[in-house]
Design a protein around this ligand. Structure first.
Ligand code: AMP
Ligand code: MN
Ligand code: MN
Ligand code: MN
Length: 284
């Protein structure tokens, strides 16, 4: 693959908590000048074939993708998988187990929000769900904005859905080693998503990166819509320190909600190994 490339290897469709279909995202990526794209729905590969077909029709290079929810040190950490075989049954089983608790958790979130006077939130969130297997906090956030409780989704998370807030229901997701294994055994590369979002102590952050690497993880998101310029520099240094490949992705969810559009990101620092250089054989 030629460099530099406008790669965007992180975004969400209606198959998880995005508002655009895989086809709409493919068209938007192509229109925005993306050369290499991956759709990375949360805990779900149901949109992969559609994304791949849409990308092919547009002449857009494609890597399969997923963003797996993991619990590490009592914190939710996201691991992106790229370039794996999306039909691998071990990946499908692992993701099904990971998604399993989402329904009961959502019911409980509705009950917790009712205690602070917000009624009908579960039913309201369901209206925004594009995939019955995948109800997320984002769907609740859209309902709370629609019903006028909050002015935007960031406001919802700040006041109701972040850890410690009234509508937050703790949940145990996949284990780090399992998520990395599902990705690598199906031929892909595992990447730590938006590391600045976890606010770990230096000791725990070191533990995350070293355990991730021991399990076979090979990449870290350096340039993401979730990082400030200073955070990108910091994780570029961590990529060098650990010898990890670097990834780049907007984490685009919706034209109305996302600050960073598909493909509209700074380039990766030139000395880092782009994660897609490990995946040349896996590009569709
Ligand atoms: P869940 O997997 O159900 O816990 O939902 C997590 C999703 O909520 C993330 O993937 C984001 O899309 C969204 N999210 C989390 N924190 C925030 C925030 N502070 N502002 C906006 N969206 C957020
Ligand atoms: Mn999301
Ligand atoms: Mn994430
Ligand atoms: Mn994401």
């Amino acid at each position: 693959m030629t460099f530099p490339l406008n790669a965007d290897l992180h975004c969400h469709s209606t198959t998880s908590d995005g508002t655009l279909t895989p086809e709409e995202l493919a068209a938007r990526a192509a229109a925005n000048g993306v050369d290499l794209w991956a759709l990375t729905d949360h805990d779900e590969v149901g949109g992969q074939q559609r994304a791949m077909d849409a990308a092919r029709a547009l002449g857009l290079k494609y890597l399969t993708g997923v963003e797996i929810s993991v619990t590490f040190a009592d914190t939710t950490v996201h691991i992106v998988g790229l370039g794996f075989d999306h039909t691998d049954p071990r990946m499908a089983d692992g993701l099904a187990d990971t998604r399993d608790g989402r329904g009961p958790r959502a019911v409980e979130m509705g009950q917790e929000l009712a205690k602070v006077g917000i009624t009908g939130a579960y039913e309201g969130a369901l209206k925004y769900v594009g995939n019955p297997r995948l109800i997320s906090r984002t769907h609740f956030a859209r309902f709370l904005v629609e019903s006028g409780v909050c002015r935007d989704t960031s406001d919802v998370f700040r006041r109701y859905l972040a850890e410690g807030k009234p509508g937050y229901v703790p949940h145990r997701w996949a284990r780090l080693g399992d998520a990395v294994k599902w990705i690598t055994q199906s031929g892909g590369v595992a990447v730590i998503a938006h590391p600045a979002r976890y606010h770990f102590s230096p000791t725990l952050e070191y533990a995350l990166f070293s355990e991730f690497q021991q399990h076979g993880g090979q990449g870290v998101e350096v340039i993401t819509g979730s990082h400030t310029a200073a955070e990108a520099l910091r994780y570029a240094d961590i990529a060098r320190e650990f010898g990890l490949a670097a990834s780049r992705g907007s984490d685009f969810h919706s034209p109305d909600e996302s600050h960073t559009d598909l493909g509209k990101l700074p380039p990766l620092p030139g000395d880092l190994t782009p994660v897609w250089s490990l995946l040349a054989e896996r590009v569709h």
